[in-house]
Design a protein around this ligand. Structure first.
Ligand code: MN3
Length: 205
C-alpha cells in the first residue's frame, strides 16, 4: 500500500493573512508531494517495509536497510511532519489551548507564554532548515520542546510530536523573506488547539 498525499482539510487561502495561499499550495502540492513520491520510490521492492505505517517506519528507522535509510529519514520524515503540520493548523486558529493539553503545558513550561517563548527560541536558533517541536515523551509522560534539523522525525528518538513549526524557508519565504521571527509570531494565529489536543490524547494512549 503506497503512501499518499493527504487532502488539505481547508482551502489554500484559509490561513491568510498569516500564511498566504500560494505558499500553502506550493508547500502542500509540491514539497509534501515530493516527499511522498520519493518515499514510495525508496520503498520499491521492500514489500515488508512498504506495508508498515509511516509511524512504525520512522519509529523503527534502525531496521531500515542502510542503502535506503537516509531516503526514508528525509522523505518519510517529510511526509509525517507535514501531515501533522496540516492537521494542527486551521482557519480561525490561535488563542490558547484548554483541557488536558493546557494542564500539561503549564506543568512542563510554567505557563502558555513561556512555552511560546521556548518554541520561538528553538525556531529561531535552528540553523538552516528544520522544525521547532513540542513532543510528548512516553518515558517521563511530559511535554518537551525540541528542535530538529531537516525532516528528522522525533518518532525516531522515541518521542511523539504533538505540534511543530516548519522553519524551512519554503514555509515562509514568499511572504516573510528572511524574517523568520515575523513568520513564527504570525504562525501562532493558525494553530487549531482542539486538533493539537487530539494529537496529545492520541500520544498518551
Ligand atoms: Mn515544509
Amino acid at each position: 500500500m503506497a503512501h499518499t498525499l493527504p487532502t488539505l482539510p481547508y482551502a489554500f487561502n484559509a490561513l491568510e493573512p498569516h500564511i498566504d495561499a500560494l505558499t500553502m499550495e506550493i508547500h502542500s502540492q509540491r514539497h509534501h508531494k515530493a516527499y511522498v513520491d520519493n518515499l514510495n520510490k525508496a520503498l520499491e521492492g521492500h514489500t515488508e517495509l512498504a506495508a508498515k505505517s509511516i509511524e512504525d517506519l520512522l519509529r523503527s528507522i534502525k531496521s531500515v536497510p542502510e542503502n535506503i535509510r537516509q531516503a526514508v529519514i528525509n522523505n518519510g520524515g517529510g511526509h509525517h511532519n507535514h501531515s501533522l503540520f496540516w492537521r494542527i493548523m486551521g482557519p480561525n486558529g490561535g488563542g490558547e489551548p484548554s483541557g488536558p493539553l493546557a494542564d500539561a503545558i503549564n506543568e512542563a513550561f510554567g505557563d502558555f507564554s513561556k512555552m511560546k517563548d521556548t518554541v520561538k527560541q528553538n525556531a529561531l536558533t535552528q540553523f538552516g532548515s528544520g522544525w521547532s517541536w513540542v513532543v510528548y515523551d512516553p518515558n517521563t509522560k511530559k511535554l518537551v520542546a525540541i528542535k530538529k534539523p531537516n525532516q528528522d522525525s522525533p518518532l525516531s528518538d522515541g518521542l511523539i510530536p504533538i505540534f511543530g513549526i516548519d522553519v524551512w524557508e519554503h514555509a515562509y519565504y514568499l511572504k516573510y523573506q528572511n524574517k523568520r521571527p515575523d513568520y513564527v509570531d504570525a504562525w501562532w494565529n493558525t494553530v487549531n488547539w482542539a486538533a493539537v489536543n487530539e494529537e496529545f490524547s492520541k500520544a498518551k494512549s
